[in-house]
Write a protein that binds this ligand. Structure first.
Ligand code: KG4
Ligand code: ZN
Length: 352
């Protein structure tokens, strides 16, 4: 089977990322090798504002893209030779912040035109979904995936990021059905907002996890929203409000215990709905992805629950949970194999 060298670009939010990935194999057993990758984080730029500021994100992407490209593709003088070995350029077209997405799309279009390469749009959420296929180490192939992926399906996939909380029933790598999603805040957004209530800096998720590590997760019984609801939808804004009122009414409460109890409420909710779906649809595995999948408590409890129920559990190395271009290479390659052609324009609300 032919090896395909892919240059992937991701600018949907506050990380500028470019990766060079070698892909091979069919839609049943795709394999990826990371040859080079670079990420420029904008955390310091957005931190004073407590969240991502779209026009600043755009400005940073415009500055970072040529620098990252130089790092990955080499100097201008050797570029023509370097580009000879590239087969495909792929770029995130959505979902995300449209001004940020456009910077990546325009940059990718310029490269594809200059070096006469095919350009393929990638869906950011498919990047997260497929991240379990990515190898843990550079220049290797994911060990659990040396053979066909068919033994994993049907699977239930939970994508938990800053902008999305989606539960999917995945039949195979090219077809899935959405079972449910958040009706208001995404899980990552809830982490970020509660972190702000606890006076933690942006991005709040990892900071809240650190604070929670010393606390008692049973100290405060925060609500587990929509847990008894039969649907597979989620709702996290009420939980955030519950934390707000708790802090107002208990000014001397231990912040560590509040953080741990809030985190546990999120983990319990995600876990219960995911397991319920896995049982109902007789899934063989649970796939976990998105920035919140970097959370150690969520990973650990999801793994334990999966094992107790005879299910396989697949999650990427933590560095591929948060936004990166390696997962975009995977999304671009698999969209290409599926013949799924996304229009090459920013679509902030692109669905999965
Ligand atoms: O997937 P991602 O990098 O960007 C989006 O596509 O949104 O996810 C970012 C989100 C942020 O809300 C961030 O606070 C959250 O993931 N996050 C975490 C952790 N690391 C990142 N949430 C909880 N615990 C973490 N360790
Ligand atoms: Zn993301």
């Amino acid at each position: 089977m032919r090896k395909v060298k892919i240059l992937a670009i991701e600018t949907s939010c506050d990380e500028t990322a470019i990766a060079l990935v070698e892909a091979e194999g069919s839609i049943k057993s795709p394999r990826f090798k990371v040859l080079k990758e670079a990420v420029a984080s904008q955390v310091k730029v957005h931190r004073p504002f407590g969240g991502v500021v779209p026009h600043l994100a755009k400005r940073e992407h415009l500055q970072n893209l040529p620098l990252l490209c130089k790092k990955i593709c080499g100097r201008e003088e050797t570029a023509n030779r370097w580009w000879k070995k590239i087969n495909l350029v792929t770029v995130t077209v959505g979902p995300g912040l449209e001004p940020a997405l456009w910077t990546g799309i325009v940059f990718a279009k310029q490269l594809a035109k200059k070096y006469r390469k095919p350009l393929w749009g990638a869906n950011h959420l498919e990047g997260h979904l497929y991240s379990f296929l990515l190898p843990a180490k550079k220049k290797t192939v994911a060990s659990s995936l040396r053979s066909s992926t068919s033994k994993l399906f049907p699977a239930v996939a939970l994508i938990v990021s800053g902008g999305h909380t989606v539960l999917l029933l995945v039949k195979n790598l090219k077809s899935w059905k959405k079972l449910g999603e958040t009706r208001d805040d995404a899980a990552g957004e809830a982490f970020d907002k509660v972190a702000r209530l606890l006076q933690l800096p942006y991005p709040g998720g990892p900071e809240l996890e650190k604070l929670a590590s010393g606390g008692d997760p049973r100290a405060v019984n925060f609500p587990r929203p929509l847990l008894r609801d039969k649907s597979y939808d989620f709702s996290f804004s009420g939980l955030k409000t519950a934390v707000l009122y708790y802090l107002r009414d208990h000014p001397n409460a231990s912040r560590t215990n509040v953080a741990a109890s809030f985190q546990q409420a999120i983990v319990d909710t995600l876990l219960t709905k995911t397991l319920r779906a896995a049982v109902q649809f007789r899934a063989k595995s649970i796939l976990l992805s998105g920035g919140v999948a970097a959370n150690k408590t969520l990973r650990r409890e999801m793994q334990r629950t999966a094992e107790e129920n005879g299910l396989q559990f697949l999650v990427a190395n933590p560095r591929y949970n948060t936004d990166n271009a390696v997962m975009i290479a995977a999304a671009g390659y698999l969209a290409y194999l599926r013949g799924k052609k996304y229009p090459l324009r920013a679509n902030g609300a692109l669905n999965i």
